[in-house]
Design a protein around this ligand. Structure first.
Ligand SMILES: [Fe+2]
Ligand SMILES: [Fe+2]
Length: 249
């Protein structure tokens, strides 16, 4: 099972179309089973930007594409538009992998919240998938990410969410929002944060990027791919100082 995670497209004034289209070409050549788009498809949640996002994203080729809303998509009552342009199921089964989406964006707020009821729903839902590989995708980062400055835009109930994820024996969490790729291990759970695939605003890792994740024999191999560039092991993200001077493509 090959999953590609792209995030933080930001159709609007900071959208870099060259990067996005290069990424689409690369991703399509991988023939992924599944693409997960972890939010902020637009900058301001307005209709023209949703139309632009729809036009750009339809170039992606995969058996399934899962769309998740971000805080930027929920600006300007964009939450009403998001569900029209990018409908999705909250639970997707693919082979022996289940992918569950948590909604963390709230209208006109940059921080996020999962909420007690959604946490309970997550635990109940994943209890039915005991022997499956369990992937949870959410827009906001659930733990702070290095090299991103002061962090006031995480989810406000991160502790409760982490407890539900660990209690449910989730194997992999996919987050966006911070525009900085990173990975944390919590117990046996990988928490993979995506950089931005096409927004000019980047933090601490100055390339557009996306994540390529292979799940095989109950093992997860997650790698970072620089758009138009090399694959980078998450262990090496912080050591790659030469990336600081490099231009995004
Ligand atoms: Fe973003
Ligand atoms: Fe965001």
């Amino acid at each position: 099972m090959l999953i590609v995670q792209i995030s933080d497209i930001h159709c609007g004034p900071m959208f870099n179309g060259d990067s996005f289209r290069t990424a689409v070409e690369e991703i399509n050549s991988l023939s992924p089973d599944l693409i997960v788009v972890t939010g902020d498809l637009t900058e301001e949640g307005i209709r023209a930007q949703f139309l632009k996002a729809e036009g750009e994203l339809k170039a992606l080729r995969a058996e399934r594409v899962i769309y998740i809303s971000g805080n930027h998509d929920y600006r300007s009552t964009g939450y009403l538009l998001f569900r029209e342009f990018f409908p999705f199921n909250q639970v997707t089964e693919a082979g022996d992998v289940v992918i569950v989406v948590l909604s963390s964006a709230r209208p006109d707020r940059d921080d996020g919240e999962v909420g007690h009821r959604q946490n309970l729903w997550l635990e109940d839902t994943l209890a039915k998938y005991r022997d499956w590989m369990k992937v949870v995708a959410i827009h906001h980062h659930i733990i702070p990410v290095p090299d991103t400055g002061a962090d006031q835009i995480t989810i406000i109930d991160a502790g409760d969410v982490l407890r539900s994820l660990v209690r449910s024996k989730v194997d992999l969490v996919l987050c966006g929002h911070r525009h900085r790729p990173w990975r944390w291990m919590i117990e046996n759970m990988q928490v993979v944060h995506a950089g931005s695939v096409s927004c000019e605003k980047l933090r601490g890792f100055f390339h557009h990027s996306y994540n390529v994740i292979e799940i095989k024999d109950k093992k997860i191999d997650a790698k970072l791919k620089i758009v138009g560039g090399e694959y980078v092991d998450f262990k090496d993200v912080i050591n790659k100082r030469e990336h600081i001077k490099a231009q995004t493509s």
